[in-house]
Design a protein around this ligand. Structure first.
Ligand code: 8DG
Ligand code: MN
Ligand code: MN
Length: 411
């Protein structure tokens, strides 16, 4: 009985940031298909493919926000972002359970190789494409033949299997707890927030994103190098790169400077791989957790350098050798980000994501208010002034977007 079938609320709010998008929804088989097409378009070069990728993602996000499983294409009447091409794919899945277009991509040898290679830490589509052009088909083949010195790729390749294993929520919580404990001695009052997918309620993730701030602005300066030297002294750092902050308010008013070097933001941060003690993978008692404490770090020894690169030059051990050692730890990807308190809530929204949520709320801010939104703040491009916020809620209020908690930002 078609008359009793649910339909989308009409009109569907145009931007995904105006809709509740939970992690678990009713249309995963459709979304999986559309996100595969997004993925494929993203890997191919050119503006057209970029736009195509976004179109598939936006359509997928409409389906994710539906309160019911799609059973009839007419249920999507009134939803923007669902064009003829999208309808065709959805109709095919409704009728046959699959779509030829999707299955063709899924089985495309080039796509399969790109899929494998872009999962290597440090490898983007460009690197993956280069490897394919060399005729390499597996990560093992790349390992045997890759000779360049990029530290990310060398560690990414050497530790690929364990980095592919997803980080669990328990591991992320344990790591956060450990870092908080270290912070008490390094800088009391520093706050540590587990962001990224875990903040949105995911039980697994590809990395651990920790955002730091201090309520008295300025106190956070110099903190990250000190934390890194503590981690270094405990021999917990496998490799990584520290970047000093490059933020200026001036840059936020300039389209080209805002995202210079394709950087998503200008925060001081560390991106790297932590040697994660295997015992941190399960539930552990406070005592056991901090028993082998040994904070004897020279808190000022960490300099502006690429520790991994330095290690590659001075250590007898290569990433491959380290990986082959018998060891009590596994490799885990970690991002550590420092935000000054006056930028904190924008940083929190940015680093909570999802990526698509950020894209949409930023597009919304630009189109409806001529505001540039970044992880640093909200900038009125007409009046050339910034709009500070003291909570996440306030940011949504300024924009006129209903507040959704992180769990509902899974677009
Ligand atoms: P996952 O790790 O659980 O697989 O997913 P995720 O946590 O959502 O993805 P992520 O790649 O770890 O990124 C977390 C969020 O941080 C994402 O919404 C984008 C946002 N982000 C910024 N600035 C930057 C940046 O400079 N680099 C990266 N990689 N992400 C950034 O706001
Ligand atoms: Mn993450
Ligand atoms: Mn991350």
């Amino acid at each position: 009985n078609q008359a009793s079938e649910p339909t989308v609320q009409s009109p569907v709010p145009e931007y995904s940031c105006q809709r509740s998008t939970p992690l678990k929804h009713h249309n995963s088989r459709f979304c999986e298909a559309m996100e595969l097409l997004q993925d494929y378009a993203e890997m191919r070069e050119g503006d057209d493919n970029y736009m195509r990728a976004l179109a598939w993602r936006r359509a997928s996000c409409v389906l994710k926000s539906l309160k019911f499983p799609l059973t009839n294409i007419d249920q999507l009447k009134g939803a923007k972002d669902v064009g003829k091409h999208v309808e065709k794919v959805l109709q095919s899945i409704l009728d046959h359970g699959t779509s030829d277009e999707v299955e063709k991509v899924r089985n495309d040898p080039w796509y399969k190789k790109m899929k494998i290679f872009t999962k290597v830490f440090g490898a983007g589509t460009k690197t993956a494409q280069e490897w394919i052009e060399k005729g390499w088909t597996t990560v093992d083949e790349v390992r045997q033949n890759y000779t360049k010195g990029d530290w990310r790729l060398r560690f990414g390749l050497a530790f690929h299997e364990e980095l592919m294993e997803l980080v669990t929520r328990l591991e992320a919580d344990n790591f956060t707890k450990f870092i908080k404990h270290q912070c008490e001695t390094i800088l009391p009052g520093i706050s540590v927030e587990l962001c990224g997918g875990f903040k949105r309620g995911k039980t697994h993730g590809h990395d651990i994103d920790l955002l730091f701030t201090h309520q008295s602005t300025g106190k956070e300066v110099g903190f990250l190098p000190r934390l890194l030297s503590v981690l270094e002294s405990k021999n917990l750092i496998l490799c990584g790169k520290w970047n000093r902050g490059t933020y200026t308010e001036e840059a936020m008013y300039s389209d080209s400077k805002r995202t210079k070097n394709n950087q998503l933001d200008h925060f001081e941060k560390w991106i790297g791989i932590i040697k994660f003690p295997k015992k941190w993978r399960k539930s552990i008692s406070e005592e056991e957790f901090f028993s082998d404490e040994n904070v004897s770090a020279d808190l000022n020894s960490y300099e502006d350098s690429e520790p991994a690169k330095k290690k590659l030059k001075t250590n007898e051990l290569s990433p491959e050798d380290i990986a082959a050692q018998s060891r009590s730890w596994i490799a885990r990807r970690v991002d550590l980000i420092i935000a000054p308190y006056d930028q904190y809530f924008y940083a929190l929204v940015g680093w909570t994501g999802s990526k698509q949520f950020n894209r949409d709320i930023r597009t919304y801010a630009k189109r409806t208010h001529n505001y540039a939104m970044t992880s640093h703040g909200l900038y009125d491009l007409t009046k050339r002034k910034s709009l500070p916020a003291k909570s996440e809620k306030e940011i949504f209020d300024i924009l006129g977007v209903p507040y959704f908690p992180p769990e509902e930002r899974n677009c």
